[in-house]
Design a protein around this ligand. Structure first.
Ligand SMILES: Nc1ncnc2c1ncn2[C@@H]1O[C@H](COP(=O)(O)OP(=O)(O)O)[C@@H](O)[C@H]1O
Ligand SMILES: [Mg+2]
Length: 439
């Protein structure tokens, strides 16, 4: 008696979804066990179908020719392509991605294409999907390779979801934070001003006890003001509203001046402050003031206020977390980059914290951070600023010995710097004022 048998092959498991291809056939081998297997497999297929039909995430299976082999109802809903039409088409026709500036993803940038090349899973939370009716939707997607032991790559599975709602909520949250912190800065500045007046011997007379209390209130108000400022800056950084008026900056001179401003803070904590130029290390002891040295020009193109903010954040941390020893600020570079480093002999940072350090509100949880105040926003803002100028920031640290934060910024050649300076100078005075944010 002919019996229906099933030959099933699990292609792979992706994000918890088992995709099973089932081929129906006829066989003469009978017996109770085959029937059991058949029903098990039938159940498996049912389960897979139920799963694929029920989930909110779009699931798309693309074979190694780039043809869509499977397209679930959620994929159809998100893209606007009916399942029957999408299946069998090239994925590039159905799955059109653009970036936040509405520029279409090139083949090299497409995560699907890249998975075919690198053969490991990739995620991308930044693209927008252009639907069949040309509606742009922010999506988050994960692409996994379908690897087959013998012949290599069989295809890829793409799991994607429409994140419009989350983005809208993020946007509203960021707007709320930026409005709230903006509004709160004004009264805090007024309180700080009046406390300063109370502390000013020329204006007010207070006794020692009151001075002690007001001193503390003044310090806390300053901290609060800084927190609101940082909240405002990070909310802007998150939704790309960080203002930037880039200029040509010669980082050597810029840093030398900045180190001068830092000297007071270092002396207050009895820390040695050093400024090192070049990798060979021309040391300038910043406490004694800089000697004139001959050094190359380290040109970058960035907003000096933003760069100052970034380096000041690193310096503030170095001073804040270091109890004794030295803080060194160094500059060096090669043809491509200008590298600034801030090194300290502080407590260092445990290896497990390093990957999270540049995230919002992240503070290492130890006795040091419990006693020293902070918001955990400094390094997040610093990273956003550096990324704004296509730079990179990272840290190397040995717990117990100290930390070094590195910043790489793309370097301009002297010729390019001169050209840009001429262009700057050619702008009308009014334009220069407005680009400097003065009007
Ligand atoms: N130079 C440093 N030495 C030791 N730990 C540091 C240093 N710089 C940063 N950290 C750690 O990284 C955390 C995040 O830094 P940051 O974003 O500037 O926040 P904050 O200084 O407000 O805590 C700090 O809380 C601290 O735990
Ligand atoms: Mg800080």
């Amino acid at each position: 008696m002919n019996q229906i048998a099933l030959i099933a092959g699990g292609i792979g498991t992706f994000a918890g979804i088992m995709i099973t291809v089932i081929i129906w056939g006829r066989t003469h081998h009978g017996g109770g066990s085959t029937t059991a297997l058949a029903s098990t497999l039938r159940n498996e297929k049912l389960k897979s179908d139920i799963l694929l039909n029920a989930i909110d995430d779009g699931v798309m299976l693309v074979d190694n020719q780039g043809t869509i082999q499977l397209f679930n109802p959620a994929a159809s809903k998100i893209t606007g392509w009916p399942i029957s039409e999408a299946t069998g088409l090239d994925y590039q026709t159905v799955f059109r991605l653009v970036d936040d500036k509405n520029v279409a993803y090139t083949e090299e940038r497409s995560p699907i294409h890249r998975v075919f090349q690198v053969r490991t899973g990739l995620r991308d939370n930044t693209p927008y999907l252009v639907s069949r009716t040309n509606v742009r939707l922010p999506v988050s997607l994960s692409v996994s390779p379908l690897l087959d032991g013998q012949s290599g790559l069989n295809g890829v599975v793409v799991i994607f979801r429409d994140v419009s709602q989350e983005r809208g909520e993020e946007q509203r949250r960021a707007e709320f934070i930026s409005t709230a912190s903006h509004e709160m800065r004004t009264p805090v500045a007024a309180i700080e001003g009046y406390l300063s007046l109370a502390l000013n011997e020329k204006v007010s007379r207070i006794d020692t006890k009151a001075r002690e209390y007001i001193d503390k209130a003044h310090a806390s108000t300053q901290h609060l003001g800084k927190l609101f400022q940082d909240l405002l800056t990070s909310a802007k950084a998150e939704d790309g509203r960080l203002t930037s008026h880039p200029n040509v900056i010669e980082m050597g001179e810029f840093l030398e001046k900045l180190v001068e401003d830092f000297r007071f803070a270092a002396e207050k904590k009895n820390l040695i402050l050093e400024f090192i130029v070049g990798s060979g290390g021309i040391h300038i002891d910043a406490r004694r003031g800089g000697n004139k040295v001959i050094r190359p020009f380290y040109y970058v193109y960035a907003d000096p206020d933003r760069v100052r903010e970034a380096i000041t954040n690193l310096f503030d941390n170095a001073i804040k977390y270091t109890e004794a020893g030295k803080v060194s600020i160094g500059i060096t570079g090669d043809e491509q980059v200008v590298q600034v480093r801030v090194n300290d002999t502080g407590p260092g940072i445990p290896a497990e914290d390093i990957p999270h350090l540049f995230q919002k509100f992240y503070r290492v949880d130890n006795s040091v951070t419990r006693t020293i105040g902070g918001t955990g926003l400094g390094l997040f803002i610093t990273r956003k600023v550096i990324e704004l100028y296509n730079g990179k920031i990272w840290v190397e640290s040995t717990p117990g010995k100290g930390s070094t934060f590195f910043i790489n910024l793309p370097r301009l050649t002297s010729q390019r710097a001169d050209q840009l300076k001429v262009q700057e100078a050619a702008k009308s005075p009014l334009e220069n004022l407005s680009s400097a944010g003065k009007i």
